[in-house]
Write a protein that binds this ligand. Structure first.
Ligand SMILES: CC(C)(COP(=O)(O)OP(=O)(O)OC[C@H]1O[C@@H](n2cnc3c(N)ncnc32)[C@H](O)[C@@H]1OP(=O)(O)O)[C@@H](O)C(=O)NCCC(=O)NCCS
Length: 327
């Protein structure tokens, strides 16, 4: 089977920054509580007229640059998101249009914070079978559009961003060595949005309460599952790839909560200096979190050719997944 490798990576974060002290003026919270319970200091928020696809196009331009490819070289676009521009058409179609990637097939993946890793796994399978050559995978969210800024349990956590990776067939030892995906739909009510689907369609039962169109999360319960499943998934792909804790160069986890990241690192057996962290600047950007972190780690020189990387994410569904990569 042909192995897939990442030959281009890019990300975009919107200009506007929402700090903890800004949030202190909106809800009953404190900078001290947010930092100590989550590790977040600030997050970026997209402009009103900035759609998820606009952020994706910016991320894609950097990824294409690094890969040395043109938009028209892309055979498939896979977008992991829970905040597409429209319910129909898909985010990936909007990206195709705005990017001018006219030769590509498109597909969206709804796996919340684990959306990028799901996309990566699907892309890898297409490349392994020779179906597509160059695949552009996104994790992107405008979470501010589904965040209830009256709910202190959630609004302090989320931010907006996009990340993009280009995968192609590997001609050397580098690439995606192992992946793992898993879900538990029985835990659907721990993290959800009530309205907008067939169960509670918009516009049929009168006006919606604002909170029904936004993320609801039972943080404490989600936390317990995240600690367990992120650690298990990361340890599993590392083992399958033949990585020992010593041979892992960088763990790049979903940036949901610094305490979850600490527990994940402990389970995998990597010291704190081998964990990539940017939660303090961006908060939880759901599907964008892992590709944003990967891109920054590459640009900061913390990931180099030959580095052994483990990425892992967890989110609503519940869904989770991990991948071991030799860069
Ligand atoms: C959301 C999260 C940070 C909350 O931290 P926690 O330590 O679990 O806090 P709890 O939910 O137990 O709440 C503790 C108290 O803080 C309060 N609180 C919640 N948000 C607060 C805020 N922003 N500011 C101040 N107090 C807050 C709660 O109301 C509660 O008060 P009470 O004890 O009087 O009822 C944490 O549960 C978490 O990160 N969960 C997982 C999120 C995640 O991984 N999501 C993944 C997919 S997106």
């Amino acid at each position: 089977m042909t192995r897939a490798k990442i030959i281009g990576i890019g990300s975009y974060t919107p200009e506007r920054v929402l700090t903890n002290s800004d949030l202190e003026k909106i809800v009953d919270t404190s900078d001290e509580w947010i930092i100590s319970r989550t590790g977040i200091i600030e997050r970026h928020i997209a402009a009103d007229d900035e759609d998820t696809s606009d952020m994706c196009v910016e991320a894609a331009k950097s990824a294409l640059d690094m890969a040395g490819l043109k938009e028209t070289d892309i055979d498939m676009i896979i977008a992991g998101t829970v905040t597409p521009d429209y319910r129909l058409p898909s985010l990936s179609c909007m990206i195709q249009k705005k990017l001018g990637a006219s030769n590509s097939a498109t597909m969206d993946i709804v796996a919340a914070c684990a959306g990028f890793i799901h996309g990566l796994s699907v892309a890898q399978a297409y490349i392994a079978t020779g179906t597509y050559k160059n695949i552009l995978v996104f994790g992107a969210e405008k979470l501010s559009s589904i965040t209830n800024y009256d709910d202190r349990n959630t609004c302090v956590l989320f931010g907006d961003a996009a990340g993009a990776a280009i995968l192609t067939a590997s001609d050397d030892e580098s690439g995606i060595l192992s992946t793992y995906l898993k879900s538990d739909g029985n835990l659907d009510r721990l993290l959800y949005i009530e309205a907008g689907g067939t169960h509670t369609p918009y516009g049929q039962n009168g006006d919606f309460r604002k909170q029904d169109t936004c993320i609801v999360m039972h943080g404490n319960e989600v936390f317990k599952h995240a600690v367990r499943y992120m650690g298990d998934a990361a340890a599993r792909v590392a083992k399958e790839a033949g990585f020992t804790p010593d041979s892992i160069d960088l763990l790049v986890p979903h940036q949901a909560n610094i305490r979850i990241i600490q527990a994940t690192a402990k389970r995998v057996g990597v010291p704190w200096e081998k964990v990539y962290l940017n939660i303090e600047k961006y908060g939880n950007t759901s599907a964008a979190s892992v590709p944003l972190a990967l891109d920054q780690a590459v640009k900061e020189g913390r990931i180099k050719k030959g580095s052994n990387i483990v990425i892992v994410a967890f989110g609503g569904g519940l869904t989770w997944g991990a991948a071991a990569i030799r860069w």
